[in-house]
Design a protein around this ligand. Structure first.
Ligand code: SF4
Ligand code: SF4
Length: 302
C-alpha cells in the first residue's frame, strides 16, 4: 500500500507528518518503508538516521549528435517538445539539462546521427532503522529535472509493505511523478490564505489523478484508486477557511495538529519525532483510522 504525504506548498509540516506516522507504525511492528521523493531537498534521513547500506548512482540517457553524419535537416529540433534541441546556423545544438530523454530525436533522425550517452543525475540510498526501511533520492546540484530520480526511488517500493512517501511540495511534474500510483494521499496544509490556495491546487491534482486512474483501470499500480484526507497543521493559527473549504468539498480533515514552539525547536535540532508521537497520538490514530488498508497486508489498528 502506498501512502503519499504531500502539500501544495513547502513548510507546512509534510515531512513531520510522514516521519511521525512511519515511526509510530513501526513501533507497532508493522513492516514499512519510508521513501524520500523530495529529491531536491531530501531531509527524511537527517531525522531518521537510518544506517545506509546501499548507494546506487542514477543515470538518464541524453542524445549525442555525431556531427559528421548530420545533414542539418532539423527534424530532431522540430520533434523536441522541450526545446532541448534547437538549430543554430544549420546545426543541431543540444541543451542537455532540458532533455527529458524521450528518444524522439533519435527516432526521427534520417541519418542515424543521434545515439545516446548516459548522464548522472543523482543517487538513491537505502538504509534501515528498527522496523523501518528507508529509501531516498538525492538530486545532483544544478540538475533541473527530478522525475527520473523519483522514479528510481519508487522502483524500490515494497509490494506487500506499507510504503510512506514524502512527496516534493507543490503540484508540478515531480509531485505527479511521486504521487501517481498512490492508494491514499495525505494533504498537509495550514489554516492561512496561502495554505488554502495551495490546498485547492493539491485537491485538484488528486482529482485529476483519480480521473486518470479510472481511465487506466487495472493497469494502475494503485490497489484502491486514490483518495485523500487533509491534515491541518498549526490548526490554532489563522482562520477557519481551510476547514470550511474541506467541508464544502466533502474532504475529510483527518487530523488537526496545534501550533507548538517546542515541536518547532525540536525539529530544528533534528529530534522531533519521539516528541510528536508522545504529544499527538490521537492525531496519529485518527490519520491511521482514515487510511484504507488491504486485508492481505494486515489491518492497521491501535
Ligand atoms: S530525447 Fe527527447 S527531450 Fe531529449 S533532446 Fe531528444 S527529443 Fe528532446
Ligand atoms: S535529425 Fe539527424 S540529420 Fe537531421 S539535424 Fe538532427 S541530427 Fe542532423
Amino acid at each position: 500500500m502506498i501512502i503519499s504525504v504531500a502539500s501544495g506548498k513547502g513548510g507546512t509540516g509534510k515531512t513531520t507528518v510522514a516521519l511521525a506516522l512511519a515511526v509510530y507504525l513501526a513501533q507497532k511492528e508493522i513492516p514499512l518503508g519510508i521513501f524520500d521523493c523530495d529529491v531536491e531537498e531530501p531531509n527524511v534521513n537527517l531525522f531518521l538516521q537510518s544506517e545506509i547500506k546501499v548507494i546506487e548512482t542514477v543515470y538518464v540517457p541524453v542524445p549525442y549528435i555525431h556531427e559528421s553524419a548530420c545533414n542539418g535537416c532539423g527534424a530532431c529540433a522540430d520533434i523536441c517538445a522541450f526545446s532541448a534541441l534547437v538549430m543554430v546556423k544549420g546545426k543541431p545544438l543540444l541543451f542537455p539539462e532540458m532533455c527529458h530523454a524521450c528518444g524522439g530525436c533519435m527516432l526521427v533522425c534520417p541519418e542515424k546521427a543521434i545515439t545516446y550517452e548516459r548522464k548522472e543525475i543523482g543517487i538513491v540510498e537505502e538504509g534501515y532503522r528498527d522496523h523501518i526501511r528507508y529509501v531516498g533520492g538525492k538530486l545532483r546540484i544544478s540538475e533541473p529535472i527530478s522525475p527520473p530520480l523519483i522514479e528510481a526511488v519508487k522502483k524500490h517500493l515494497g509490494d506487500s509493505d506499507i510504503n510512506i512517501l514524502d512527496v516534493p511540495p507543490g503540484t508540478s511534474c515531480p509531485v505527479i511523478e511521486a504521487v501517481k500510483g498512490s492508494d491514499y494521499i495525505i494533504l498537509v496544509t495550514e489554516p492561512t490564505p496561502f495554505g488554502l490556495y495551495d490546498l485547492k491546487l493539491a485537491v485538484e491534482m488528486v482529482r485529476e489523478i483519480r480521473r486518470y486512474q479510472r481511465l487506466l483501470g487495472k493497469s494502475s499500480r494503485s490497489l484502491y484508486g486514490v483518495s485523500c484526507g487533509v491534515v491541518i497543521n498549526r490548526c490554532d493559527i489563522g482562520d477557519s477557511q481551510v476547514s470550511d473549504y474541506c467541508q464544502r468539498e466533502g474532504i475529510t480533515v483527518i487530523a488537526s495538529i496545534p501550533d507548538s514552539r517546542e515541536l518547532a525547536e525540536r525539529y530544528s535540532h533534528g529530534d522531533f519525532v519521539d516528541y510528536f508521537i508522545e504529544q499527538y497520538p490521537d492525531q496519529l490514530e485518527s490519520i491511521i483510522s482514515h487510511i484504507p488498508v488491504s486485508l492481505s497486508q494486515g489491518e492497521i489498528s491501535s
